[in-house]
Design a protein around this ligand. Structure first.
Ligand code: SF4
Length: 462
């Protein structure tokens, strides 16, 4: 396990941004934005020698980047757009015309960036992460020879988190009142200081980000609002999703069906399916969603929280506190394994979301930290080995239905964990996360967001 304490903020795990993929859309957009800022710090003499900006995409960014809109995200970042304020319609319009270039302004200089400047590289790149981007400002020297004026290497490590070569993981720092890196350490902190999980998470978040208690609560409410807006939009929007699969949206159909089933025992499940599909279909359409922990898995927690709000009538305070339990589980997986489909397959995305959802439900029901741990463990255990093989590189099949399945498993994990004594649970959350990491390491690259095997090959006629 990772020996350092967790220093991720709740608001880095739950990020607002455009779909369809946190690692292939939000991460590259953030990296390109960062590169733009660094270009702005170059001396004027360097900018005068510069001719072009080139972006090279490797690993699964290259294999499925087209379907995930990575090229559009890179252009958007170079234009100075940020994920949480991007207009999804404007983003989808980028690069529609392959002949068009977009003006990237750096000081007095302007560089045209278009499809010819973004390179999907099929060859392997020697880097420690599956999703690597190399961004370069190129020019020519006094002798007319090629010159690299600035080059940066970025890694998109899942959930929209990025690293720059040579830097520790970007994230918050500062003295944590209650540091932990594993579930065992988290439980020790709770015991030693007689804290509830919410109290611990709140204190750490305030120390990490400088937010007040009120601001943390307001910002969690804002995250929930964005999640539920995505659900409501998805319940309304009909038609065919973008891309060559021509997949029909299904959420409005399910919702209508559930509303008409007043006395059927299936009703509850159909509502849950509708909510999860609604948010996932919005993600697939490039709409604004919340990473939870990724964009591909951005239907599980919104579906469950929408259900909790509108069917169980939990109030805001309960939902907020459940979100903190979900975040704790997401942090532990990210810290000790990975939430990236390119590193772990789908168990890293939907598996983690399902475990977070199970923790959310268990916490909302007022159960103990042992029950929360057991629910999260069950959530991960039954996603172990799940591959990532999206058809055509689109976050649609199997992704959309898989969100609904992840939410249903989360609900069942909650039921299983809260029947019987949690202390009778044989596998700890820390142990199953360790297994997840080992399984991800052993999994063939073909099944890690490259669309080179599995379902991606079985339905080429799409
Ligand atoms: S299969 Fe799972 S991990 Fe892969 S893109 Fe779809 S949701 Fe993400």
């Amino acid at each position: 396990m990772n020996n350092s304490p967790i220093t991720t903020s709740i608001f880095d795990l739950f990020k607002i941004g455009p779909g369809p993929s946190s690692s292939h859309t939000i991460g590259p957009m953030k990296a390109a934005f960062d590169f733009l800022q660094r270009l702005g710090q170059l001396p004027e003499t360097s900018l005068q020698q510069a001719a072009d900006i080139h972006v090279h995409l490797y690993g699964s960014l290259s294999a499925t980047g087209k379907g995930h809109g990575t090229d559009r995200a890179v252009v958007a970042g170079l234009l100075g757009w940020k994920p949480d304020t991007t207009d999804p319609v404007a983003l989808l319009a980028l690069l529609k015309d392959p002949a068009q270039t977009y003006p990237v302004r750096v000081g007095e200089r302007e560089f045209g960036v278009g499809p010819e400047h973004i390179h999907f590289e099929r060859k392997r790149y020697d880097s420690p992460y599956a999703n690597t981007m190399v961004m370069r400002l190129a020019g020519s020297g006094p002798d007319g020879g090629p010159l690299t004026l600035l080059e940066e290497e970025y890694y998109s490590v899942g959930g929209g988190f990025i690293l720059r070569k040579g830097e520790e993981q970007a994230g918050s720092s500062g003295a944590l009142p209650y540091p932990y890196g594993t579930m065992k350490e988290l439980k020790t902190q709770l015991d030693d200081h007689h804290l509830t999980l919410e109290q611990l998470m709140l204190a750490n978040e305030m120390a990490l980000t400088g937010r007040t208690r009120k601001q943390v609560f307001q910002d969690i409410d804002r995250i929930l609002d964005f999640m539920h807006k995505a659900v409501r939009r998805g319940l309304r929007h009909r038609g065919i999703l973008p891309g060559s699969i021509r997949l029909h949206r299904k959420a409005p159909v399910l919702y209508k069906q559930a509303c008409g089933l007043a006395h059927s025992s299936d009703r509850f499940l159909i509502f849950l399916n509708a909510y999860c599909l609604a948010a996932s279909e919005e993600n697939a359409a490039g709409g604004i969603v919340v990473t939870a922990p990724t964009s591909g898995a951005s239907g599980v927690i919104p579906g469950l929280t929408y259900l909790a709000r509108h069917h169980f009538h939990y109030d805001r305070a309960v939902l907020r506190s459940g979100m903190m339990a979900a975040a704790a589980v997401g942090f532990l997986v990210k810290h000790n394994a990975s939430i990236s489909g390119a590193e772990m397959g789908c168990m890293g995305e939907i598996g983690t979301a399902s475990a977070m959802g199970a923790a959310f439900l268990t916490h909302c029901a007022g159960k103990s930290i042992d029950a929360i741990e057991a629910a999260a463990e069950i959530g991960i255990e039954h996603h172990l080995g799940m591959t990532c093989d999206p058809i055509g590189g689109y976050v649609q099949i199997p992704c959309i239905e898989r969100n609904a399945m992840g939410a249903v498993k989360a609900y069942n994990a909650f039921l299983l964990a809260t029947s019987g004594l949690p202390s009778h649970q044989k596998i700890s959350l820390d142990a199953v996360i360790k297994v997840m990491k080992a399984t991800g390491r052993d999994m063939s690259t073909k099944y890690k967001e490259t669309s080179e095997a599995g379902l991606a090959l079985s339905a080429t006629e799409c």
